[in-house]
Write a protein that binds this ligand. Structure first.
Ligand code: ADP
Ligand code: MG
Length: 742
């Protein structure tokens, strides 16, 4: 069996991944200390002895199967069946309790009815057991009583400093030579390989083993974590970060227990070990009523999208796709780009493949003259020398091998897709062998499609055994390549750094305290602009005024033209109530704007002092918006988009999870549809992108420093083409209800 490193068509590649493949604990640049620290799971995954508590001699029981699997899998340590009612189980001496075992015990697999779990786990603690895997179900997943029992078991685990996987799980596997631990009750045996798999669902356990076998995918470790009472997916990521046998991590998870921790670990780990996650990703976000633009614009899946974009975690929609992507990652190099060459004996499927590749953002460039010439010298003249290269129906092993030998070294392509539909005259296993020989020594990603050949048949096994993944339909290949190219792009992107600016956070704290003491949930007008300015974001010059005399004398000081705005937390969107007067050019215009606003506000709220913000009118520039909203799963999201009063109509925004690095800020700006308007459209000058990036990073710093806000809108941030002239003219902060749980 081949691992990633051994696969022949990997040796030549020099990907971002291969150059950074050193212990994940050290970060690739600068040797800064990584957040990925090893954790103490060796007692569970590398035990020297295992007790099976609830072992049974009755066939077709979990207690029998798990014992059988340990032995059948040639576990390298000692095995002790524990059962108070039997002296011998499966030909091995059994003990009434773990306390009766004369030797030390590292790991206990617990399969007793739920009422007995607390008692046996307590005994494990007394015995000095390091880790327990509780297979038994009927805990948190089964209602209030079960939840209570789970808490009790967890308290015992903590009391003795043990670690626990489960309850309610399928067990664990470590195929490492010297360990050989199959602690599952499945019927299918995992092979050794470079893939670690964590599944939240126990029920999927057996299905995962079967699929893996079909795909010739080998596991380094596997863990079904069930209710995650103690050990979570995050713990396993940290553990596998430091496991030399693990090169790829697959996750089937229904929820991220602690998404912020996941983000921290994954962002680092994805650099050296690809992580693939099945996540359907529908959150409750959409149901929440939002009062800011940013909140209203955060669609159902923006948090998830941002999260994957920033961490480099490869997202797939189905378990099938998880295996499709994993088979490619496990044995093949990551494609360096989107250019695919198809070689086929069947025209129709090749057209399907082309369509599917193109619709997934891949490219199928035509053959170069040089390559055509080489191909013509080796292939019959009826062949269609283009991409797809149609070798025609009679093509057999010889044609495939000759064609692939030439194509594998053509720099024009990043991936090769051989497609074969067997005619009765050709033996598929010979074509399998020919493809294998043809691509040997190349450095491109090779994903083959054998249509109408049974999976697991001899015809395709030659390929699979040689580390060449086989797919049944071209569509699966297109989807897989799309994911791999996405990952490669992520790897090649500069890492970015999170800047810490010098700011006046004490001032912001004061403004928040003041609003809270007045029972206010909103901070608007002058105070909102003060927060923005305290974090070093330029604000258009403004003054507050509370009388006609004041407003006129301030106007003279500021200089015309001016903008006047009502200044009250009772009114969130000022324009909606006629609370913004722009382009005031004389003292008279200022005076009459003031008087008419005073009247309008009296209509909306009679109970407070009236004041306005008088602000310099900014001419030209492009109105952009920056904001923050809370995602229930991924925490605070930072938004950027085209701004102004029509922001919700345009819906042209991008989101990222907090904190935002310089690289992320730049991508947020460049990824909106109307980016050309910012980059200089039809002769207009490009806006100062650095000012926008700095604004986003400083906003991210506000969010990082204060968890008091639930939503923020900085709208508009007027982006100017002239350096030093971009500025904010309006902002709004909503305070989190401190009664809410965070
Ligand atoms: N100082 C200013 N210079 C130029 N235009 C402004 C200025 N202040 C506001 N505007 C214009 O008025 C619009 C609404 O003003 P804003 O202060 O954002 O109030 P609100 O969002 O509460 O309606 C802005 O989107 C912008 O087009
Ligand atoms: Mg506004």
């Amino acid at each position: 069996m081949k691992t990633r490193k051994q696969a022949s068509n990997i040796s030549v590649k020099k990907s971002a991944r291969s150059t950074t493949r050193k212990p994940a604990r050290k970060s690739a640049k600068g040797g800064a200390k990584s957040i990925i620290e090893p954790c103490s799971l060796d007692g569970i995954f590398r035990p020297r002895s295992v007790a099976v508590i609830g072992a049974s001699s009755t066939k077709l029981t979990i207690g029998r199967q798990i014992l059988h699997n340990l032995i059948q899998g040639e576990f390298q340590g000692k095995v002790f069946p524990v059962n108070p009612h039997a002296d011998v189980i499966h030909s091995i001496k059994a003990y009434p309790s773990v306390l009766d075992i004369p030797d030390p015990v590292d790991l206990a697999l617990v399969i007793v009815p739920r009422e007995h779990v607390a008692k046996v786990v307590e005994e494990c603690g007394k015995k000095g057991v390091k880790g327990v895997v509780v297979i038994s179900a009927g805990f948190k997943e089964a209602g209030a009583k079960g939840r209570e029992m789970e808490q009790k078991v967890l308290a015992i685990v903590r009391k003795y400093g043990m670690r626990m996987i489960g309850p309610n799980c399928f067990g664990i596997v470590n195929t490492e030579p010297g360990v050989n631990l199959n602690g599952t009750f499945g019927k299918t045996f995992p092979k050794r390989g470079n893939v670690a798999f964590v599944s939240q669902s126990g029920a999927l356990g057996e299905a995962i083993m079967v699929h893996a076998q079909e795909a010739h995918l080998g596991f380094s470790m596997f863990a079904s974590i069930g209710n995650k009472a103690d050990i979570s997916g995050n713990d396993l990521l940290e553990y596998w970060a430091n496991d030399p046998g693990t090169e790829i991590i697959l996750m089937y998870i229904e929820n991220f227990g602690n998404p912020r921790r996941f983000i921290k670990i994954a962002r680092e780990l994805s650099r050296t070990k690809p992580i693939v996650v099945v996540k359907s990703g529908r959150t409750a976000q959409g149901a929440k009523a939002a009062s800011s633009h940013t909140g209203a614009l955060a669609g159902l899946d923006v948090g998830a999208d941002a999260f994957f974009e920033q961490t480099g975690v490869i997202r797939v929609d189905t378990v099938e796709q998880l295996f499709d992507v994993a088979s490619a990652l496990s044995h093949q190099p990551i494609p360096k780009g989107p250019r695919v060459m198809i070689a086929t004996n069947a025209g129709g499927p090749a057209i399907l493949a082309t369509d599917s590749l193109i619709s997934h953002g891949l490219e199928t460039p035509q053959l170069s003259d040089a390559t055509k010439k080489k191909l013509r010298a080796k292939l019959p003249p009826e062949v269609n020398f283009s991409n797809p290269l149609d070798l025609i129906a009679g093509a057999g092993p010889k044609e495939f091998e000759s064609a692939l030998k030439i194509l594998k070294s053509d720099r024009r392509y990043d991936a090769i897709v051989p497609i074969f539909v067997p005619p009765i005259t050709v033996d598929p296993s010979e074509v399998s062998q020919a493809i294998t020989d043809g691509v040997k020594g190349g450095n491109k990603t090779v994903l083959s499609c054998f249509m109408g050949v049974r999976s697991g048949s001899e015809g395709v096994n030659v390929l699979k055994e040689n580390g060449l993944p086989v797919y049944r339909f071209p569509d699966a290949i297109a989807k897989t390549l799309e994911r791999l190219v996405w990952y490669n792009n992520w790897l090649e992107r500069p890492r970015g750094s999170i800047h810490i600016h010098e700011v006046n956070s004490a001032k912001v704290r004061k403004i928040i305290k003041k609003a809270e003491s007045k029972g206010q949930r909103e901070i608007v007008g002058a105070e909102a602009l003060e927060i923005v300015a305290a974090y070093g974001i330029d604000v258009a010059e403004y003054h507050e005024a509370a009388s006609v005399t004041d407003v006129v004398s301030l106007a003279d000081k500021l200089g015309y033209p001016l903008v006047m705005k009502i200044n009250t937390p009772r009114i969130l969107h000022k324009t909606d109530v006629g609370g913004v007067a722009v382009d005031l050019r004389t003292a008279d215009e200022v005076r009459s704007a003031y008087e008419s606003m005073e009247k309008k506000v009296a209509r909306h709220s009679s109970d407070e002092d009236f004041s306005v913000v008088l602000q310099k009118m900014i001419r030209g520039g492009v109105e952009t918006v920056m904001g923050m909203t809370m995602d229930p799963t991924y925490g605070p999201l930072i938004m950027f988009g085209l701004g102004g009063v029509f922001v919700e109509v345009m819906k042209d925004v991008s989101f990222r999870v907090c904190p935002v690095s310089d690289v992320t800020a730049e991508r947020m700006i460049e990824s909106i549809k109307s980016y050309p308007l910012l980059a200089g459209f039809r002769g207009s000058k490009p806006v100062d992108k650095q000012a926008l990036m700095s604004g986003l990073m400083r906003l991210s710093q506000i969010v990082n420093d204060f968890d008091d806000f639930s939503e923020i809108d900085i709208n508009p941030f007027i982006a100017s083409s002239r350096k030093g002239e971009s500025c904010v003219v309006d902002a709004r902060f909503l305070l989190r209800d401190k009664g809410e749980t965070k």
